[in-house]
Design a protein around this ligand. Structure first.
Ligand code: GLP
Length: 254
């Protein structure tokens, strides 16, 4: 695991976009595992800028997203399909048929999970998985207590996650109670993992995930066992790690 300190959000976003674009340059038909949330938006903006300059070509690239709310259609402005279309896909030359997000309206959840797992297998696995992190250490929608060995499955969202995502909806009652998410097993199978974290609200989760025990109570802690995991975080998110470990430089390599 490598942790890189970013000066600020712009620096974090540029560093992340550099790693993603290097992946696409080295393997134009790469399979990118993508994430939603506010954290990766800056990286997506940076990729769009470089695409517009002609520096990066997504025409052969595939994507597979981590998660989707159950019950929302792709046209709902809080669905993750809508988020990806508007924050990235519609602004670059990735073929929309090469992008994958779970279908929030799937009639049968088990069939949808199977379909999604098969997509990952058919694509030959994920080359680079981008991740944010929840304040409780969740990745995708794998909430504390999730079994590490799961692939795509339907989860019941915790109150904490629904509360923190309520800011995007007009009321908490509108926040879906369930979501489809790739499981920890799917995430751990990615060849490379890139986790981004900003702000004080992530400091505890970041410390627990990378300096605490590996436990399902902190889903991201499993990433300590991934052999190519990169974390980029700003100083606010790193504050507790700095305080508790005495780490002072800009890169940490275990
Ligand atoms: C949601 C998503 C996660 C994301 C998390 C943090 O719960 N399912 O994939 O990492 O929010 O979001 P943010 O980046 O907005 O803090």
């Amino acid at each position: 695991m490598k942790i890189y300190a970013a000066k600020d959000y712009a620096d974090l976003s540029r560093k992340a976009a550099n790693i993603i674009s290097a992946q696409v340059i080295m393997k134009p038909n790469a399979v990118l595992g993508l994430a939603t949330g506010s954290t990766p938006v800056g990286a997506y903006k940076q990729l769009i800028e470089w695409y517009n300059k002609g520096d990066i070509d997504f025409s052969q690239t595939f994507s597979i997203n981590l998660d989707e709310y159950q019950g929302l259609s792709g046209e709902h402005d809080q669905s993750y399909r809508y988020f990806m279309n508007h924050n990235l896909f519609h602004h670059i030359n990735i073929k929309i048929e090469n992008t994958n997000v779970p279908n929030g309206l799937a009639e049968d959840a088990a069939t949808e999970c199977l379909r999604y797992n098969n997509i990952i297998k058919t694509l030959g696995g994920i080359d680079l998985q981008l991740l944010g992190i929840g304040g409780n250490g969740h990745i995708g929608f794998n909430e504390p207590g999730s079994a590490f060995e799961k692939e795509t499955h339907l989860v019941t969202l915790t109150d904490q996650t629904r509360q923190s995502n309520a800011r995007f909806f007009s009321s908490i009652d509108e926040v879906p109670t369930h979501a489809f998410t790739m499981g920890i097993k799917s995430i751990m199978s990615a060849k490379k993992v890139l986790l981004l974290a900003t702000g004080n609200a992530k400091a505890q989760a970041l410390y627990d995930s990378f300096f605490g025990p590996v436990t399902p109570g902190v889903p991201a802690s499993i990433l300590q066992l991934h052999n190519d995991c990169i974390v980029i975080a700003d100083e606010a998110a790193l504050s507790l790690i700095r305080e508790k470990t005495g780490w002072e430089s800009v890169t940490y390599d275990n």
